[in-house]
Unconditional design. Structure first.
Lengths: 281, 281, 281
C-alpha cells in the first residue's frame, strides 16, 4: 500500500470550510488550507493450482484525512497466462484503459480533482473505499498478448457493458473503448493515444460522455533532473465553465519516498493546490 | 483465511431478486442466478509463556458479495496441553461438536443453507461477521485426551449452558451434547455418530431443538477419483415442508485451490445450487 | 499489538448492569462482575528515503469486549534523528509528557479508570478507537537530544496549542507542560517529577485542569519478586467526592505474557477491580 500527507489549498473550500472535500466550490465561500492525508493498506491474497492458475482476491483498507477504515468490496480473480477473469469489485474496462490516467500516480499529491481523466468515471471502476460492483454481478475478462490488450466488463449498474482494445506500436499506445448502458450520462466511447517525443511523454485522450458532454485532454511529462519530473495537462469540457489545466512536480527521494505537489485550475472554475510526501510500503 | 467465488442459483430469489440472500423463498418471486463470493481473513495472534501456556486471540474480517468488512468480535484463549479456556466470541460447545458439520467445509461452494447441521444454530457459536458472545460473558472450557474430547460453554444469551462429550472407537466417533437455556427454541440435546464403511464416510445426527422441532440428518461422502469426492445428505425436520436433501462435488486442483458445486432441495421447499472456486491463503 | 482478557468488578455497574462500561456509578445500581477484554492490532507502515528520513503511518484496529473493529484515524510522520513531525491522529504533547502515565502500561489489567493521569485527557491525544485529531488539522513537532525532550502540538479542536519540555538529571525526569485553548475545562499547565529511590520508583504529578479542577497524583512502584511488581497511587481532585487510590500487581510469565490485577477507589466514590492475562504479539 501507500501513505501520503501534506497540505491542500482550495480557493473556495465550500460550506464545511475544509479544502479538498466534496463541497469545494459549492456556493460562495472562503479559501482554506488544510491537512490532507491518505492511508491505503492493500491485501492481495492468492493461491496457485498445480496447473498454474492463480486464484485470488484483493481488498483495501483506505482512509483519507478525517476517516477511519474498513475493507472495501473484494475483487476475486482467476488468472492463467495473459488471461484473467474477475468478479465483484471489478476494475472496469474503461477505468483500466491506457490513457485514462495519463498523469503518473496522481496530479500533485492527491490528483487535484482528476479533471484529466477523459471518461470522468462514467462507467464501472474499482472502489477503494466502498463496494464498487460487489453485490452487483460485476464480471470482467482481460486478455493480453504481446502488444495487444483487451478488456471487457459488465455489471447490473445500469446494465453496463464496456470494453477496450489497446495496441502498442514502437512505443506508442493506441486504445479505443466503448460502453453500452441504460444511463444517458455514461461514456459512449473514448479513444486515447500516448507515447514519447524524447523530450516529453504525451497523451491525448477524448471521451464522449453522453449527456455529461465530451472531454478532450492533452497531457505531457518532462524530466527536469535526475530524480524530478513535471507534468502538465489541459482539459476541455463541453459546456464546462473554464478550460481546465494543471501542473505538478514529483521528486524522488529514494526508498519509495517522494515529494509531490501541484496546482490545478478546475473546469468548474475553482483553483486548488497541494504539496506533501508520499511513501510506498 | 480463504476466498471463494462463483454463481448461486435460487428457484425463488425473494423480493430483492438476488439469489442466496436472507429473503430467498419469502413470498412468491422469480428465480435468479447471481455472483456469490466470500473473503475471509483470519488473524490468530498468540504468545507463549515460559511455562508453555499459549495465550492468544482470533479475529476475522469476513465479507460476502456486496459487503465491506470489519473485524468481528474477538475470541481469547489460554491453552496448555489438551486443556483450553476461551472467552468472548466463543466457539460454543454444540457448534464444535463432531457430526454437526458432516459435510467437508460446506455443501457445494457456500453450504446452500446448512440444512444438514442437526442442531440448527440453536445455541452459541463463533460469529465470523458479528459479535457472537463477545460482550455477553461467553466462556468455554475444552479438554481433549487421546480419543476423548469434552467441551462446555456458557453465556448470558438466554443463560445458555451447553456441553458435549465425544469418544472415538476404531475410527467411529460418537458424541452427545445437551443444553440448558431460557429459550424454548434452543437445542435440548443432540447426538451424532460418524465413521467410515470403506467405500463411504457416513454421519448420522439427531437434535431435539425444542419448539424448533427435531431434526435428523444422514450424510455420506464418496471418493469418485483421485482428487474428487461427492457428498450427499438427507435431512428430516419435524413440521418441515419437505424432506431436505442435497449433493455436491469437490475437485482438488492442488495448491489449496478447489472447484466446488452443489444442489440442495431445502426443507422449506426452495431449490438452490451453486458452483465456483475456493482457495486457501 | 496486544491482547488482554479477564474479569472486571464494579461496585455499581450502572443501568446496563455491565461492569467497566461508561455508565458505571451513574445512578444507584447493583454491583456486577463481567468478562473484560481488548484486542489491539497495530500497523506501523514506514519507508526510508535515501537520506535516512523515515516516513510512515500508524493505524490500529482496537476492540474491547462487545465490540467489532475497524481502523482508527491514521497518524502520519516524518522522522530524522531526534526530530519528528506528525499530522492527523497526533499523539498530543500533554498526553505524551513523561509522568502522565506513571503506572506501567495500565493499573491492573485495564487501567481501572485512569484517575492517576493528572491532566485527565483535557487536551489532544491519540485515539486508538476513533479519529482523534484526524480531520482536525492536528500537527505536532517532537524533538529529543540526550536528556532533553520537547513536544509541541496543535489542532483545530478548541484551537488547542500545547507543549512540554522534559529533562532528565541522574535518573530523575522533570517535565512541565502548558496549553492554550478556547475550552475553559482544558488543562492550563501541568508538571511532573519522577525517579527512583532504589526501593521504589515514584512519580509526583500536578495539573491545573481549568474548570475541571486541579489534580495531584503520587505514584510508586515496588519490585516484590524476580518477576513481580506492585504499584500504588493516591490522587487528589479539587472538588472530587473522594481521594482516589489504587493498587495493582504485575507478574511476568515470560514470552510477553503477564498476569495482572488491581483494585481502585475511584475519585467519584466507586470501587472497581480487575484481574486477567495480557499478551504481546
Amino acid at each position: 500500500g501507500y501513505g501520503r500527507f501534506g497540505i491542500y489549498y482550495s480557493e473556495n473550500a465550500g460550506a464545511d470550510g475544509v479544502a479538498g472535500t466534496a463541497d469545494d466550490f459549492v456556493g460562495a465561500f472562503d479559501s482554506s488550507t488544510d491537512v490532507t492525508s491518505r492511508f491505503r493498506l492493500q491485501i492481495d491474497a492468492t493461491a496457485e493450482s498445480d496447473a498454474g492458475v492463480v486464484v485470488g482476491a484483493r481488498v483495501r483498507i483506505q482512509q483519507n484525512e478525517g476517516e477511519t477504515g474498513m475493507t472495501n468490496g473484494a475483487r476475486f480473480f482467476a488468472r492463467s497466462g495473459g488471461f484473467e477473469v474477475g468478479v465483484g469489485n471489478i476494475f472496469g474496462a474503461l477505468d483500466s484503459m491506457p490513457g485514462q490516467y495519463p498523469i503518473d500516480l496522481d496530479l500533485g499529491l492527491t490528483g487535484l480533482g482528476y479533471d484529466y481523466t477523459a471518461y470522468q468515471f462514467n462507467g464501472d471502476f474499482y472502489s477503494s473505499g466502498g463496494l464498487g460492483n460487489s453485490g452487483d454481478n460485476g464480471v470482467e475478462v482481460m486478455y493480453s498478448a504481446g502488444d495487444l490488450s483487451v478488456h471487457v466488463s459488465a455489471s447490473d449498474t445500469d446494465d453496463r457493458v464496456a470494453g477496450y482494445v489497446a495496441y502498442t506500436w514502437s512505443g506508442w499506445t493506441f486504445a479505443v473503448g466503448a460502453q453500452d448502458s441504460d444511463n444517458a450520462g455514461d461514456t459512449e466511447w473514448t479513444a486515447t493515444a500516448g507515447g514519447s517525443f524524447g523530450i516529453a511523454d504525451v497523451t491525448l485522450a477524448y471521451a464522449d460522455n453522453g449527456t455529461n458532454g465530451d472531454r478532450t485532454v492533452l497531457t505531457g511529462r518532462f524530466d527536469v533532473g535526475a530524480a524530478t519530473d513535471m507534468e502538465v495537462y489541459v482539459a476541455d469540457q463541453e459546456g464546462g465553465a473554464d478550460t481546465g489545466y494543471g501542473v505538478d512536480f514529483n521528486h524522488d527521494l529514494g526508498g519509495g519516498v517522494s515529494l509531490r505537489g501541484g496546482v490545478a485550475k478546475r473546469i468548474n472554475g475553482n483553483t486548488v493546490a497541494d504539496a506533501g510526501v508520499r511513501f510506498n510500503f
